[in-house]
Design a protein around this ligand. Structure first.
Ligand code: ADP
Length: 636
């Protein structure tokens, strides 16, 4: 057997093999595209089979055999033309003209004996014109598609070009140089390359599919992995949908979340809400209810009740599949496109993988939500305990005093009903009762500030007025605080009462933790973007390691306890919550020469902030307790 005979035999086997594969597929999944594919390779396989048989029977020269062979051979470009229509659509006249031209060329084949050259020229022209048209269309289509479909379309286009090249080479060779063996070899090699390309396009082996599919899946995972940490359910689903649509190169995708108890599916709508439907509705709903994938090449015909919705979303073709984790039905994934999928088996495969991946991500989200709910509950329980033990401890002292004093008065009055009222005892009772009231308000306030939104309406306020009010209140007690402030207003949008509460608290602490009679100073400054209120004292100071911790609930610095045991360690925590609710910051730095300076920074009203500049400015202050300035960490 010569080399050319060997290649020719291999080609014949490969073409027949390819025909068997696509014919089997056409039987299993009946569609115009699978039929046309079978037609293409059926015609080629038939040409090869008949010529072999005819050669064996030595009837190759028969006019009828030649006519039949040409009829079948010329069918191949016509099948290609039909495939172009299946894959990318053609104007109707192209198909009609193609069919008519095929009939003419095929009829001409039966006159081969009369005018062989004319027939050969007509066949070459037919192949070049129609095959060329098909190849161009497949190349264009492969540019429009993506992922594995693109690879397969490119392989089909290459197959078409090589196949036409092979036929034209052989036919031209027969016309021009009938005895030249090189042309025969060229033709066979081109045919071999063609059939291999066709395999790649129409029946790629699984290892090639894996290689071609892998990037799509990786892209999807990369694009979607972060949805686990998105807090908002709707946004997470929308992003998952976008990632799925991108993986398919589809017009869009939609994910419905199942509410199994009520038999409903919930989809994110175009705005900011959800749309709910009974679970059998839409093609997606059918896939969910059947727990099986559904392919609708023409969604409007498949589900005419929702034709308008499909039309609005340019969803001509829809493929949908259930999203499940083990036995749990999480929801459904539907992908829609303007045209039916070209290689539906690949899209179904991807659908399954993307649905699995989506299930994993959605499960992870649910677990994360459960965990944070659990953590929230634990935290609430811990908080309650902390409050209770603090309350029990701190409220007991004044209560003991009140009770002791009251019982003393009671006993005295019992002994001598006319005795003089013990003025000092009554004052002590009143004083301790007030302290009790303040402690209880502080506890309640701290608890209220645990929740966001505990701050009242914010109004544009000149901070100088806030400081005036604080100074005024202290003047009533003959304490004249020194204030340094600019001559012009510094306006921030604040809940004025709350900011006064903060400054009051800082001033009271400054008085509490300083030597008797030493007064703090208040400074108000601005750099145009932020306002700063500093309360400067020359008191006992705060050990460096504790400067962050004093803003925590119930924390009292070690050096404070020796000064006074009144105080629950809630004041600064309350200040921090209030300031943070105002998008501000609070921290403490040592006063040069001794003492503490508490700084409250608040954004000036109506200033647009550059986030980059913000970060750069804030950064040094948020360093942990190593620097001179220590800021309360947001979640310290
Ligand atoms: P407390 O009720 O104990 O004063 P705060 O929350 O107001 O609670 O303050 C927490 C702790 O911060 C105080 O116990 C004290 O250790 C420290 N502290 C607050 N202000 C000052 C200050 N001006 N000088 C020194 N230490 C202070």
């Amino acid at each position: 057997m010569t080399a050319i005979e060997l290649i020719s035999l291999v080609n014949q086997l490969l073409f027949v093999g390819l025909f068997v594969v696509v014919a089997w597929r056409a039987v299993r999944a009946r569609s115009r595209a699978t039929f046309d594919t079978a037609l293409l390779f059926g015609s080629i396989a038939a040409v090869l089979g008949i010529s072999r048989l005819a050669a064996a029977a030595e009837i190759v020269e028969s006019a009828a055999i030649i006519g039949v062979l040409l009829l079948l051979l010329n069918l191949a470009p016509y099948a290609m033309l039909r495939l172009v229509d299946d894959f990318s659509g053609t104007p109707r006249w192209v198909q009609v003209a193609g069919a008519a031209a095929y009939l003419i060329v095929a009829a001409l084949g039966f006159t081969f004996q009369v005018a062989p050259q004319l027939v050969e020229l007509a066949t070459i022209a037919w192949f070049v014109a129609v095959g060329g048209y098909a190849a161009t269309a497949f190349i264009r289509e492969s540019g429009r598609t993506r992922g594995i479909t693109r690879h397969r379309m490119t392989a089909v286009a290459a197959g078409v070009i090589l196949f036409i090249g092979a036929i034209v080479t052989v036919l031209t060779g027969a016309l021009v140089a009938p005895a030249n063996p090189v042309i025969g070899i060229l033709g066979q090699v081109a045919a071999l390359a063609a059939v291999l390309s066709f395999f790649g396009g129409f029946a790629p082996p699984s290892w090639i599919r894996r290689v071609w599919r892998e990037p799509d899946l990786r892209n999807f995972i990369e694009r979607s992995i972060h949805v686990v940490s998105i807090a908002d359910d709707r946004r997470a689903i929308v992003e998952l949908q976008q990632a799925a649509a991108a993986a398919f190169g589809a017009t869009g995708a939609s994910i419905g979340l199942a509410d199994e108890q009520n038999g409903r599916l919930r989809y994110p709508d175009a705005g900011s809400g959800w749309l709910e439907y009974p679970d059998g509705q839409f093609i997606a709903g059918q896939a969910y209810r059947q727990q099986h994938r559904v392919v609708a090449d023409d969604a409007i015909t498949a589900d005419p009740d929702h034709a308008d919705v499909y039309a609005q979303n340019a969803a001509r073709a829809v493929i949908a599949g259930p999203v499940t984790a083990g036995d749990r039905r999480i929801g459904v994934l539907a992908v829609f496109a303007e045209r039916a999928p070209i290689f539906v088996e690949d899209d179904l495969w991807l659908l399954e993988l993307v649905a699995d991946q989506a299930a994993v991500l959605l499960e992870a989200r649910m677990l994360a939500a459960d965990e944070s709910r659990l953590r929230g509950r634990e935290e609430a329980a811990r908080l309650k305990e902390e409050f209770l033990s603090a309350a029990a401890h701190d409220l007991r002292t004044p209560l003991t005093v009140v009770l002791g004093q009251a019982e003393l008065l009671e006993r005295r009055l019992a002994r001598d009903p006319d005795a003089r009222i013990d003025q000092a005892g009554v004052s002590r009772i009143a004083g301790e009762a007030r302290r009790l009231r303040d402690l209880i308000s502080e506890l309640l306030d701290a608890q209220r500030l645990e929740q966001k939104g505990a701050i009242g309406e914010r109004t544009r306020t000149d901070l100088r007025l806030v400081i005036d009010a604080v100074r005024g209140r202290h003047l009533e007690h003959d304490l004249s605080l020194e204030v340094a402030e600019p001559s012009g207003p510094i306006v921030c949008a604040v809940d004025r009462k709350r900011i006064e509460q903060v400054v009051d608290n800082l001033v009271e602490n400054a008085l509490k933790y300083s030597a008797e009679g030493a007064l703090p100073e208040i400074e108000l400054t601005t750099d145009g973007t932020d306002a700063r209120i500093s309360v400067v004292d020359h008191g006992i100071g705060i050990p460096e390691a504790e400067r962050i911790r004093i803003f925590e609930r119930f924390y009292r610095a070690t050096n404070a306890q020796s000064i006074t045991d009144t105080g629950m360690g809630l004041g600064l925590y309350i200040c921090r919550r209030i300031v943070e609710e105002h998008d501000g910051r609070i921290w403490v730095e040592p006063t040069p020469g001794g003492g503490s300076t508490f700084v409250v920074k608040l954004p000036v009203a109506g200033v647009t902030r550059d986030p980059a500049v913000e970060a750069a400015v804030i950064e040094p202050e948020t360093r942990p307790a190593t620097g001179p300035a220590t800021e309360a960490m947001a979640d310290a």
